[in-house]
Design a protein around this ligand. Structure first.
Ligand code: BV8
Ligand code: ZN
Length: 256
């Protein structure tokens, strides 16, 4: 049992809250994290190598198949109590913003208003040549996955996933908004991230540099342990609901 009282006090007293999430918040929904070894067709690859423009150039069917498999998996799973607790924080705190590295839509499906997707989304494919947005396909890939040729755009270009690959710049506006929110926040909650991918991993540090209280939720130690004021070593779907009901007991009692 993790002691959330100090974190709950900080959260309940905060006017401006940022919730920063990584793959760990979707783990209890059945979505593998980036640390988890890949399976099936991709077991001999590592995610970081596949999530690059070079990999798509070298073998578009392998990479497109991977992203369509991931999108199909997301369509089959559901938000967990961790995602729901984040939406509750948005409802209770005067000002709250969700900033995620995840490319799934589980925050939105849990009721989060407009999470900032620093690394894009699986649901916004576009043409790799002319950047014209494309319609996502059926998204019913087999469990074990398969190679799949990317559809073609009217200009003849290949359709690519609307995610940010390693070596590619993050969406400028999204990054600026996230950095500004971290600068202005009273509390930043970092949940389920290993804090090793940049520039996203700077966000909790910015909050700490500008006097914000950083609360980390992660069952494992990470480089952010040193940045965090409060470390809650537990899983998102267990710790976050406890934190919300401790921060807003009256709301929890009223079931809102
Ligand atoms: C760029 C989308 C330049 C795709 C992703 C500075 C220093 C060193 C390196 C760099 C640097 N600056 C840039 C780099 C290079 C690189 C980088 O950071 N490399 C790292 C690996 C060293 N960064 C880039 O390439 C970035 N671009 O720099 O461009 C540029 C600039 C201008 C103009 C042109 C170019 C782009 C980075 C984005 C890449 N795209 N995703 C896709 O998803 O396929 S990153 C992807 O990996 C995720 O989005 C996420 O960001 C990252 C995975 O991290 P986490 O989400 O934290 O997940 P992880 O599995 O690692 O950890 C899970 C954690 O959860 C663990 O701690 C675990 O304990 C915990 N957990 C598990 N279960 C639970 C749990 N927690 C709670 N509850 C549970 N149940
Ligand atoms: Zn095109």
């Amino acid at each position: 049992m993790v002691d959330v009282r100090e974190a709950a006090k900080a959260l309940a007293g905060a006017r401006r809250v940022v919730v920063f999430t990584g793959a760990g918040i979707s783990a209890e929904s059945g979505v593998p994290t980036f640390r988890d070894a890949l399976t099936g067709l991709w077991e001999r690859y590592d995610a970081q190598a596949l999530a690059t423009p070079q990999a798509f150039e070298d073998d578009p069917d392998l990479v497109w198949g991977w992203y369509e498999w991931r999108r199909s998996l997301i369509r089959r799973v559901h938000p967990n109590p961790g995602h729901e607790a984040v939406a509750a924080i948005e409802a209770h705190a005067p000002h709250a913003l969700v900033v995620t590295q995840n490319v799934d839509d589980l925050h939105e499906r849990a009721g989060s208003r407009a999470p900032i997707h620093l690394h894009g989304s699986l649901f916004t494919p576009r043409c790799a040549a002319c950047s014209r947005p494309a319609e996502p396909g059926p998204g019913d890939e087999p469990e074990e996955g398969r190679r799949l040729a990317p559809p073609r755009c009217g200009c003849g270009g290949a359709i690519r996933p609307g995610v940010v690959w390693f070596g590619e710049a993050l969406p400028e506006e999204a990054l600026e908004e996230a950095v500004q929110a971290a600068t202005d926040c009273d509390v930043l909650l970092t949940v389920g991230t290993s804090g090793v991918v940049y520039p996203a991993a700077e966000i909790p540090k910015v909050a700490s540099m500008f006097g914000g209280t950083v609360i980390q939720v992660n069952p494992q130690p990470t480089p952010l342990d040193a940045v965090a004021t409060i470390n809650l070593h537990g899983s998102a779907a267990v710790v976050l609901p406890e934190l919300v009901s401790a921060a807003w007991p009256e709301r929890a009692a009223a079931g809102s």
